[in-house]
Design a protein around this ligand. Structure first.
Ligand code: C2E
Ligand code: MG
Ligand code: MG
Ligand code: MG
Length: 293
């Protein structure tokens, strides 16, 4: 069998696939030490409330500061970490970094803004996972309402009951909870009748981009925002890039936005400068170079 089998597998693995497997093997070897060496860094993207033009929060978005390859965006490593399970550890690390940051803001006397983190669906396999989040929050003694968990719409595929149960647990701890990437999946509307989140984040895909929104596109967005109001849920628009999109969202009274029109995700010291006027508790730093990721 074996010779022929080997020959076939040689033929079937394309060059591209082989290179991908090599790269993933290498990632696998390095991810643990990357965590220990603090190569994963948390960037913050401001959430801006449209009524007052105020920064009312931030989303934590992870990057990998790889000594060899530079600053890598999540698309370069998260899909792989979702497959090998490492994302669970990484999510907890990001959450801990966020708690550390909030603790410092509180200690330094600035008025902290809530920070949200993303949650991989792999956590659902561990019935106790929220207790881990809670124990980190308690260790840093951060008020739970300053922490928000973003659940992605695709979580619903696991089970709607399980999803609502989890949202209840999140609320029982005192964390806020939002529904991320709303509108990008298949069951968006169906979900809304069952799940009780605090905010809905409209997926970036709602806007086709370039500022030339069609009337139809606008009507869809406007209706979704109206729907959130009827449900008593905050609306947050993701991926807002142009002034015309911003004006439109003001007109239809979207609550808040997150997008390049306001800011890209920033290293914490640059975020602090933007949100609080100066870096917080970092003597000698002024958040100079902002990498373009
Ligand atoms: P997401 O949670 O939907 O985050 C929003 C993404 O949209 C971010 O991409 C952000 O940089 C990007 N974005 C925001 N405004 C704009 C805009 O105006 N234009 C464009 N083109 N993009 C915009 P990013 O940071 O690359 O993250 C991608 C995804 O990776 C996130 O999507 C989230 O699903 C995942 N992710 C990031 N950090 C974590 C993490 O710590 N844990 C987990 N499980 N997933 C994470
Ligand atoms: Mg998110
Ligand atoms: Mg999103
Ligand atoms: Mg998204």
């Amino acid at each position: 069998e074996s010779r022929v089998g080997q020959m076939y597998s040689c033929v079937f693995y394309s060059d591209l696939e082989r290179r991908r497997m090599l790269r993933e093997k290498e990632l696998e070897n390095r991810m643990g030490s990357a965590l220990d060496n603090r190569e994963f860094v948390v960037y913050l993207q401001p959430k801006v409330e449209l009524e007052h033009d105020a920064i009312v929060g931030a989303e934590a978005l992870v990057r990998w500061q790889d000594p060899e390859r530079g600053l890598l965006p999540p698309s370069e490593f998260i899909p792989f970490f979702e497959r090998n399970g490492f994302i669970v550890q990484l999510d907890l690390y990001v959450f801990e970094e966020v708690c550390r940051l909030l603790r410092r803001w509180i200690d330094c006397g600035v008025k902290p803004v809530p920070v949200s983190v993303n949650l991989s669906q792999l956590h659902l396999r561990d019935p106790d996972f929220l207790r881990k989040y809670q124990s980190i929050q308690q260790r840093f003694d951060v008020p739970p309402e300053l922490l928000e968990i973003e659940l992605t719409e695709s979580l619903a595929f696991e089970s709607m009951d399980r999803l609502q149960e989890m949202i209840d647990e999140i609320h029982a701890i005192g964390f806020c909870c939002s529904l991320d990437d709303f509108g990008s999946g298949y069951s968006s509307l169906n979900m809304l009748k069952d799940v009780s989140v605090d905010a809905i984040k409209l997926d970036r895909e709602f806007f086709s981009g370039l500022g030339g929104e069609s009337e139809r596109e606008q009507r869809v967005i406007e209706s979704v925002i109206e729907l959130t109001k009827k449900l008593g849920v905050r609306s947050v628009c993701e991926g807002v890039e142009t002034a015309s999109q911003l004006e439109f969202l003001r007109r239809v009274k979207c609550d808040a936005l997150q997008g390049y029109i306001v800011s890209k995700p920033l290293p914490p010291e640059a975020f602090e400068k933007m949100a609080f006027g100066a870096p917080v508790g970092r003597p000698g730093e002024d958040g100079a170079d902002i990498p373009n990721v």
